[in-house]
Design a protein around this ligand. Structure first.
Ligand code: ADP
Ligand code: MG
Length: 574
């Protein structure tokens, strides 16, 4: 006789949900519609947290941030055609950042393929350029193995984006449960170590350095290398510089952190050890005049193809950063060594740090209104909880904010990243907040947005309010992209012609009340113009744990950075 189990049918949607659960996927972000609604419902029933967003791009940013924060990919669930295409931005950003994410896209029915089906698009091909792995299971029965492969590929080797295509006719197809073989959860990524001789060589180059510098990138953050890196810094007394998202791996206020002398540290170091940081535009390609022509680079990376990009390294350490840092520590345990403290290298770094910090403080203390960036960030920094996530994007907002806002914990800063993507902020903040609400209640997310950056995904404020997420949005508002006009100049300009003919492309509407986007959905909104108003609204927002808030901070429309030794991104300085 047949048992009940033999008769049991499962739908394609249920198979997907079960396969994701088996692979330990905890979070799914998406926008539902035909044909993926049933997948979201099944996932939620299976205990996967489902966060419904307002645009697939933001959903994909959120899912990828989960991958960076937890080491296990988040899933982004999207509908066919346009839904999938909106998610490509998120896949590209994740892939560039080396963050794991799995995108699941519904697609048109197989029987209608090439006939001009509803939202038909070559999705598997489209995703290939934005991912490490892109495939469609050949049947409902093969869904679990394809999902296992997608999850595994997203976290093994250099992490990145993966795509699984689900034809509409799979979703409600009922198959006998016995025909499905659920793969076991894939093993954690294998840990690789560098060759011993290379480790010895690296230690020897470090020992002989006159002006050493460690650079800590977001690869080190992803690798959870914080403990070993801190030991290396403290035991050998080496100066270190975090990259934007490497901030917090070792706390920003550590005495060996030379972030405030960034340009000088890069320019004069004779030995630089890169822990999970590529020599791309963020690090000025490792080339003069930003570096000494004969600087010795030691590269630590999990991706062999990265080693030797743009420079010829003195030593390459291919392996997991945490494991390789431990190998280096063993060398320095065997033959202890310390870089001499307070020598001329330290002196030149400290000198520069002091003068840079003084220049920022000077700008921050200016009493003129509207406020400048530095004034805003100094007041924010004073109240920032030590354990908060800082999400940030914008041009000056992000660049200046990064120098003032401190990170004390690893993987607590999220920003525009390797791809320089604007519009990531709200998705990232939502991911961090959903996770925080789950795992460490009380923890806050501070999302510092330029007014232009905020606009890309502003409607995600509804998502924030719907789930009542512990997010405080700060919109640093200068009425434009890079710079804008004040209200009077705007009015004056309109006299000379229609706005489409005369408004500078970088201008946005002056004095926009972005805080009303938050109040529209029941959150708290503040419009602030003075340091006192800023302080008060931020302390109220931090004290109120019952709802999210948005503080719209008006700053001088023409405010800029303090003078720089080198201009970011200008060709002549490459
Ligand atoms: P940043 O933007 O902070 O400079 P990048 O994204 O440029 O950082 O570099 C991160 C690097 O870290 C990538 O080259 C990636 O291959 C590497 N990476 C990621 N995870 C690991 C790991 N566990 N061990 C070693 N390297 C890693
Ligand atoms: Mg702006």
């Amino acid at each position: 006789a047949r048992s009940d189990r033999d008769m049991e049918q499962v739908s394609g949607a249920e198979v997907i949900a079960q396969a994701l659960k088996t692979q330990h996927v905890e979070y799914m972000f998406g926008v539902v519609g035909i044909p993926v609604i049933e997948i979201a419902v099944a996932a939620q029933k299976m205990g996967i947290r489902y966060v419904g967003m307002r645009n697939e791009q933001a959903a994909c940013y959120a899912a990828s941030a989960i991958g960076y924060l937890t080491g296990r990919p988040g899933v982004c669930l999207v509908v066919s055609g346009p839904g999938l295409i909106h998610a490509l931005g998120g896949m590209a950003n994740a892939n560039m950042n080396c963050w794991p994410v799995v995108v699941i896209g519904g697609s048109s029915e197989r029987s209608q393929e090439t006939m001009g089906a509803f939202q038909e698009f070559p999705q598997v091909e489209a995703c290939r350029l934005y991912s490490k792995f892109s495939a469609r299971p050949s049947s409902v029965e093969t869904i679990p193995s394809i999902i296992e492969k997608a999850v595994r590929s997203s976290i093994y080797g250099r992490p990145g984006a993966c795509y699984v295509d689900i034809p509409a006719d799979f979703v409600n197809l009922e198959v006998n449960v016995n025909s499905i073989k659920f793969m076991e959860r894939c093993l954690p990524p294998p840990v690789s170590m560098a060759e011993t001789s290379a480790v010895c060589a690296a230690a020897s180059v470090i020992r002989n350095a006159k002006k050493p510098l460690l650079i800590i990138g977001k690869g080190a953050a992803y690798a959870h290398a914080e403990e070993h890196l801190r030991r290396l810094v403290e035991q050998c007394k080496l100066p270190f510089l975090p990259t934007p998202m490497g901030k917090g791996v070792i706390p920003d206020n550590h005495p060996n952190c030379v972030a405030a002398a960034r340009s000088r540290a890069l320019q004069f170091a004779d030995v630089i050890v890169l822990f999970g940081a590529r020599l791309n535009w963020i690090l000025h390609f490792g080339l003069p005049p930003r570096y000494q022509p004969d600087v010795k680079f030691i590269q630590v990376d999990i991706c062999a193809e990265e080693l030797g990009n743009n420079v010829k390294p003195a030593v390459t350490l291919l392996g997991d950063i945490n494991a390789v840092t431990k190998q280096l520590l063993e060398q320095f345990d065997k033959t202890p060594w310390q870089y001499p403290p307070e020598n001329s290298w330290w002196k030149t770094l400290r000198e520069k740090m002091k003068s840079n910090e003084a220049a920022s403080k000077e700008l921050a203390s200016q009493k003129s209104l509207p406020m400048n960036y530095y004034t805003v960030f100094y007041h924010v920094q004073e109240q920032l909880p030590r354990d908060c996530f800082v999400v940030s994007e914008g041009a000056n907002t992000m660049d200046i904010g990064r120098t003032v806002l401190q990170n004390y914990l690893p993987r607590h800063r999220l920003d525009a990243g390797t791809f320089g993507t604007m519009g990531v902020g709200l998705g990232f903040a939502i991911a961090a907040a959903v996770m925080a609400k789950d795992r460490s209640p009380g923890q806050r997310v501070i999302c510092v947005e330029g007014d232009s950056a905020f606009g890309f995904s502003g409607m995600e404020v509804e998502t924030i309010c719907r789930y009542n997420l512990p997010i405080i949005l700060l919109v640093v508002n200068n009425n434009g992209i890079y710079q804008g006009f004040d209200a009077d100049s705007w009015e004056e300009m309109l006299k000379s012609g229609d706005a489409t003919a005369v408004a500078p492309p970088a201008c946005l509407l002056p004095n926009s009340h972005y805080e009303q986007v938050m109040t529209a959905f029941g959150g708290k909104g503040y419009f602030v113009q003075t340091p006192e108003e800023l302080r008060k609204s931020l302390s109220e927002s931090l004290a109120d744990t019952t709802k999210p808030s948005l503080i719209n901070i008006m700053i001088e429309p023409q405010a800029t950075r303090k003078p720089q030794d080198f201009h970011w991104l200008t060709r002549s300085n490459m």
